[in-house]
Design a protein around this ligand. Structure first.
Ligand SMILES: CC(C)(COP(=O)(O)OP(=O)(O)OC[C@H]1O[C@@H](n2cnc3c(N)ncnc32)[C@H](O)[C@@H]1OP(=O)(O)O)[C@@H](O)C(=O)NCCC(=O)NCCS
Length: 164
């Protein structure tokens, strides 16, 4: 059997319906028109994942400048169930990690996950994300409603001593 071809591609007005359909299947939360309008302008921060030319995954991020820091927020990153554990999620996270590395000016990457989503938590921990906070009643319409904040710091720890 020949190896499957897995690759990422841009989100465009031409294929955004596929992104909407994918997100509606993969996530218990639905996203509004503003979400998709922003995604169309997100450039490298939004990508579709293809498995032999079929859309099977997607990642959508935005830049967050609240809390006096510049952080990359992963809004959605998901893969259709039959195509999981094939490295597609890894390809999407690596894309995001390359983006922040090339930019060089992000403090951290973060996202929310439902506290029950152990698979996703294990997945992100592999890339150096840690649970830094748990928000009660974060989700309005799904159970459990609590979310962990997973974060990967991108700043090197400060060395000893202050500059005078
Ligand atoms: C989380 C998710 C994106 C992972 O995608 P994926 O394509 O299956 O991930 P990969 O194949 O690249 O997995 C890489 C590694 O992560 C870990 N991992 C992935 N899914 C896991 C699971 N369900 N349980 C435990 N570890 C898991 C494993 O170590 C895996 O390596 P292995 O398959 O060699 O053991 C996918 O399960 C998903 O779409 N879930 C629903 C959406 C979601 O919850 N997204 C997270 C919030 S944005």
């Amino acid at each position: 059997m020949t190896k499957a071809n897995i690759e990422l591609g841009n989100v465009t007005p031409h294929n955004i319906k596929q992104l909407k359909r994918l997100n509606s299947v993969v996530f218990p939360v639905s996203y509004n028109d503003k979400f998709y309008k922003d995604v169309l302008e997100a450039g490298e921060l939004a990508k579709l994942a293809y498995y032999n030319d079929i859309v099977v995954g997607a990642v959508c991020c935005r830049i967050d400048t609240s809390e006096k820091s510049r952080r990359l927020y992963i809004m959605t990153l998901g893969c259709l169930y039959p195509y999981r554990r094939l490295g597609i999620g890894t390809l999407m996270v690596e894309h995001v990690l390359n983006f922040v590395e090339q930019d060089g000016n992000f403090d951290s990457i973060f996202l929310h996950v439902q506290v029950s989503n152990e698979g996703a938590i294990d997945f992100y921990k592999k890339f150096g994300f840690e649970v830094v906070e748990t928000k009660q009643h974060y989700y309005k319409r799904i159970e459990p409603a609590d979310a962990h904040v997973l974060q990967k710091s991108l700043r090197k720890p400060q060395t000893n001593g202050m500059h005078e």
